[in-house]
Design a protein around this ligand. Structure first.
Ligand code: C2E
Ligand code: MG
Ligand code: MG
Length: 496
């Protein structure tokens, strides 16, 4: 993945295309500005049109897909005491940063004026890949920006058009994307980010949905899944406490599909039950192999709420533990708060699992129901604080206070706390200060395939033996594997 500044190359400045004083909007409207607001590589309207023309030529020659996204940004009402309406310069800069952090080599970001951005997405292999990219943008706009310590919200309408489906001429593609964004603004209920695909893109989406659903049916027998593992470290000592198993899927015709995209489909079709069984068996086999090799690590496995409804889940888990001869305390099952939707079933199943000696973790804490009464009634050993909170701890006093209190509350309930998405040394300092028990995130390591994790574990153990504290002082310069994170604090792209 490339850093924002290297992405587009054409112009290392933000370019506001509207001339000052032609004004129909308020004072906050973006103006033409040649002073480099930041080296984000955002290009102007004209340059983007030229790029689009060139790219369409290349796309036609090479028969490659190309997507165009139109993003109209508005400032949310009431945000930081500002008026709703045209985005301020500062908000536009925040938006450009957040978009740029998600771009890849071959993508271009342009500012079209009047609060509108356009993205030329050249990094896709199939028109439908534009859909996962668009989703990642929607996700990006759910979180507020911070102006000092006040949250600043953008509302964005995103329209997506793809070549060749929506047109082969620049003007057609631009119009299709812009119209889709307008449609989003007119027809969809008010939300932070509204996304509309042009009707042709939608066909791709349906195609991709069908491809994923079909592909999932045979993915297990074709051995298309594998597990990557991400370390979790004890604080403040830095020893490895365990690893989280995260599934990866690569299909011959669809390519790599991120879990966020295929797990919901697998849950709807019921395929998650067999996939989940495979994950459990494979993770336990691997944990036992590491234990035999003198590297005993706890392995955390994600369970879908759907799996809890299977009557044979407890028997299956106990069978796997028996077959692999894995010590049950080396297995942790992660569940999100969505299991609270059917609390009685969940409580009884989790009690049975707990009785096997297996640990139970509440994943993504803070994003779901977060009911304290459920938390008190549930069998649980670990609470994983969602990364959306961790990323804000160093920017917002309010969020920092919430995270600090969650840690205190968890400790009062005798529960271990894990911080997810730890990306910077500042996050780590905060977590140490607040006595969070474990830390997981790109700062330490991205999820790695076993062949890369093993040397990582060994090297970490040696380094830790030499320098027990302060083993981590900087982001790794080069991290192997597919999950390599960006070197900045923005969430990584989930498009591989
Ligand atoms: P999760 O269980 O909360 O897993 C953590 C996710 O955060 C992983 O995404 C991981 O790659 C990512 N991550 C780790 N460190 C950082 C960081 O420092 N910054 C940021 N921005 N992200 C970080 P991944 O692997 O794409 O998985 C996404 C979700 O898919 C998981 O969220 C989990 O809910 C689900 N999932 C993954 N594997 C399985 C599985 O085997 N079964 C089930 N049911 N769900 C799974
Ligand atoms: Mg998890
Ligand atoms: Mg999580």
């Amino acid at each position: 993945m490339q850093r924002a500044g290297q992405l587009v190359g054409a112009a290392a400045m933000m370019y506001f295309a509207n001339s000052a004083g032609s004004g129909t909007k308020s004072d906050q409207r973006p103006r033409r500005s040649t002073d480099a607001l930041m080296p984000l590589g955002v290009i102007g309207r004209e340059e983007l049109s030229h790029e689009l023309e060139d790219r369409l030529g290349e796309a036609q020659d090479g028969n490659r897909p190309l997507a165009l996204m139109w993003l109209s940004v508005l400032q949310s009402a009431g945000a930081a005491g500002l008026q709703a309406g045209a985005p301020s310069r500062s908000l536009l800069r925040h938006c450009a940063e957040r978009i740029a952090a998600r771009l890849r080599e071959g993508d271009i970001l342009g500012y079209m004026g009047e609060g509108d951005f356009a993205i030329l997405v050249g990094s896709i292999h199939h028109p439908a890949d534009a859909i996962s990219f668009a989703r990642s943008l929607v996700e990006a706009f759910q979180r507020p920006f911070l102006e000092g310590s006040s949250p600043l919200y953008a509302e964005v309408d995103i329209g997506v058009a793809v070549h060749p489906n929506d047109g082969e001429l620049p003007v057609r593609l631009l119009r299709a994307a812009q119209q889709a964004a307008r449609h989003a603004a007119r027809e969809m209920p008010a939300r932070r980010a509204r996304l509309v695909f042009s009707s042709e893109t939608l066909n791709c989406r349906q195609q991709r949905y069908v491809q994923i659903t079909d592909g999932l049916q045979r993915a297990l027998e074709r051995e298309e899944f594998m597990l990557h593992y991400q370390p979790m470290l004890y604080l403040p000592g830095d020893e490895v406490a365990g690893v989280e198993a995260l599934i990866r899927w690569q299909n011959e015709s669809i390519g790599k599909v991120p879990p966020d995209e295929f797990i919901p489909t697998a849950e709807r079709s019921g395929a998650i039950v067999d996939i989940g069984k495979w994950v459990l068996a494979e993770a336990c086999r691997q944990a036992r192999a590491w234990q035999r090799d003198g590297m005993p690590v706890r392995v955390a496995v994600n369970l879908s709420a759907r799996q809890l409804q299977e009557p044979d889940l407890t028997d299956y888990v106990s069978g796997v533990l028996e077959d692999t001869a894995l010590d049950p305390s080396l297995l942790e099952l992660e569940l999100t708060e969505s299991v609270y939707a059917e609390p009685e079933t969940a409580i009884s199943v989790l009690k049975r699992l707990h009785n096997l000696g297996v640990r139970v973790a509440i994943d993504d804490f803070g994003t779901g129901y977060s009911s304290l009464s459920y938390l008190a009634r549930f069998p649980r050993d670990t609470l994983k604080i969602d990364r959306s909170f961790i990323s804000l701890t160093t920017h917002s006093d309010e969020v920092a206070a919430v995270v600090g209190s969650v840690i205190v509350m968890a400790h009062a309930l005798g529960v271990e706390t894990v911080a997810e998405g730890v990306e910077t040394v500042e996050h780590l300092d905060f977590l140490r200060h607040h006595k969070c028990d474990l830390s997981q995130g790109y700062l330490h390591s991205p999820p790695l395939p076993p062949a890369e994790l093993e040397p990582w574990l060994r090297a970490h153990r040696e380094e830790h033996a030499r320098a027990p504290l302060a083993a981590i002082s900087a982001l790794p310069e080069q991290v192997p594997g597919d999950d390599q994170p960006p070197a900045d604090a923005e969430p990584p792209q989930r498009r591989d």
